[in-house]
Design a protein around this ligand. Structure first.
Ligand code: GDG
Length: 498
């Protein structure tokens, strides 16, 4: 590795590469699919960039290496830390709290200790490679303590953090025994980016209510140990996808031919419905299946005219709530097929695998109706990927109003996944609307997604970080900071919103 310090340092739980083991036992790195890598490509083109993250295996970390033009610095996680920091605190404490407590959160003090320790390790790794005055961009809920830990060691660097998932309302966030440490960890940043305006507002409100900090609009005032104050800005910067790259892929003759082949192997139904999700309880797969089952029972739709393909990518299989979800989803799929399939065709094609990008694009192109019905989702990239692949202008997107994507894609067939009757109506409309109506909606959706692609998102984030006010006086002096609104340590969620 040539350099040892960098102007731009990314820190994310995972490195942007996966280890591949060949049949002869040799190993190499393959760039992970996913928009974040593409976005970083765009911003690293003109600067020297480094990426700090876990390489995916328990135990000692591999030495730093360069891959696809990025300097990669692996952080080690022991098997115990994977269980406590990652599966435990990140995915079984924070994830449910940040997603409306769809399942109850689990609290363990030793998970929190592991979370703090691993965040320390990430912060050290970042400080080791950041050049003087560097820009540090930290990602997601696994690394919420890193901003303050980096600032304590390196006051010279500019620190940004982006939350890929929702930030919960203060009433839910307040359940966390370590809520104060998390808020102070995040407030080490200069700029905090969120998917929706409501997420940024929830964060600012939590600072006011739980930490008694002064706030004004998007800004939070943080007292420093030396008696001065600092300003931190929290604002929405909704993430997107690599629109040009994905559309180019969808237009290739191979992907188009594969889309035709997929429909043929499904028996050329009149309508194909599709769901693509990590098998996660936030994604609303159970509610979607229930609505579909009731539509079948009411004879509104019937196989083999209609078939529903559900890709459920394996996810977090060592966490109990995920194991239970899988059992339940698979039981329902079995029930639906038992009732409505016949020899030679099924009512639900359930695929518990992960597929290549080409296959995903072909599935999108083959689907008449895309069902994106999460109970809560930070953004949901699948919604944006579907409309991007529909260069033919056809297709219908059914979209939950509880996704971040809904705020940019209101021309979709919008549904509330908790309202099964309502969801059935929306799915029926999406299946039966005349082509001109469908195509008009799709045209607007495609335009909206194109207007904010992932490269644009990365530039917007870095621009906001660069211009974030750092000291009082940097921000426009239009009105005084709101004082904390009467909340106390005993009654943190009391008081009124201003
Ligand atoms: C988090 C937030 C936010 C899925 N299966 C396969 C596959 N995928 C791809 C999809 C999409 C991505 O994975 C999933 O992104 P989502 O946005 O839908 O959801 P999360 O994984 O929960 O992501 C979310 C996101 O971060 C970004 O900020 O939008 O709200 O929860 O790109 O296409 N890709 C391939 N094979 C699969 O089997 N190749």
């Amino acid at each position: 590795m040539g350099r040892d310090s960098f102007d731009l340092v990314i820190a994310a739980n995972r490195l942007p590469v996966d280890k591949v083991t060949a049949p002869d036992g040799s190993t190499s790195w393959r760039r992970s699919p996913g928009g974040l890598v593409t976005a970083m490509d765009a911003v690293m083109r003109d600067r020297e960039g480094a990426w700090v993250g876990w390489a995916g295996d328990a135990g000692e970390a591999p030495p730093p290496f360069v891959d696809t033009g990025m300097a990669l610095f692996p952080v080690a996680l022991s098997a115990q830390e994977i269980a406590d920091f990652y599966e435990g605190f990140s995915n079984d404490t924070l994830w449910p709290i940040y997603h409306d407590v769809i399942v109850p959160a689990t609290f363990h003090r030793h998970w929190w200790k592991a979370y703090s320790r691993v965040n320390e390790r990430f912060a050290e790794a970042v400080c080791d490679v950041a050049a003087p005055g560097a820009t540090v961009w930290i990602h997601d809920y696994q690394l919420q303590l890193v901003p303050a830990l980096v600032r304590a060691r390196r006051p010279d660097v500019r620190i940004g953090w982006f939350n890929h998932i929702p930030f919960p309302p203060v009433e839910l966030f307040a359940q966390l025994p370590w809520r104060g440490d998390i808020l102070m960890g995040l407030l080490g940043a200069d700029f905090l980016g969120f998917q929706r305006k409501a997420d940024a507002e929830n964060f600012v409100r939590a600072c006011r209510r739980l930490m008694s900090l002064g706030t004004r609009g998007e800004q939070v005032r943080v007292p420093e140990q030396d008696g001065t104050t600092r300003t931190v800005r929290a604002a929405p910067v909704p993430i997107s996808i690599d629109v040009a790259g994905l559309e180019t892929l969808a237009r290739t003759p191979e992907v188009r031919a594969r889309a035709v082949e997929i429909r043929e192997s499904l028996g050329n139904p009149k309508k194909v419905l599709l769901g693509v999700d990590r098998l996660d309880y936030t994604k609303g797969i159970r509610h979607r299946l229930k609505a579909y089952q009731e539509l079948l029972r009411a004879d509104v739709i019937r196989p083999p005219d209609v078939v529903f393909v559900q890709v459920a990518t394996p996810s977090r299989e060592r966490v109990d709530a995920y194991r239970e979800l899988r059992t339940e989803v698979e039981r329902t799929v079995g029930q639906i097929n038992g009732e409505f399939a016949a020899i030679g065709f099924s009512a639900v094609e359930y695929l518990h695998h992960s597929y290549g990008r080409e296959e995903m694009a072909a599935l999108f192109l083959a689907a008449d109706v895309m069902l994106v019905t999460p109970l809560r989702d930070g953004m949901n990239l699948v919604a944006k990927e579907y409309v991007t692949c529909r260069f033919d202008g056809d297709g219908a997107l059914v979209l939950s109003e509880f996704t971040g994507a809904y705020h940019e894609m209101r021309q979709a067939y919008v549904c509330n996944p908790h309202d099964i009757e309502g969801m059935k109506r929306v799915i029926t409309t999406a299946l039966t609307d005349p082509a001109p109506v469908r195509r008009r909606r799709m045209r607007t959706l495609r335009r909206n997604v194109r207007a904010n692609d992932v490269q644009n998102w990365a530039h917007r984030f870095l621009n906001a970080l660069e211009h974030a006010p750092r000291r009082p006086g940097d921000e426009p002096p239009d009105r005084p900071f709101d004082q904390p609104d009467g909340a106390t340590a005993d009654n943190p969620v009391g008081g009124h919103d201003t």
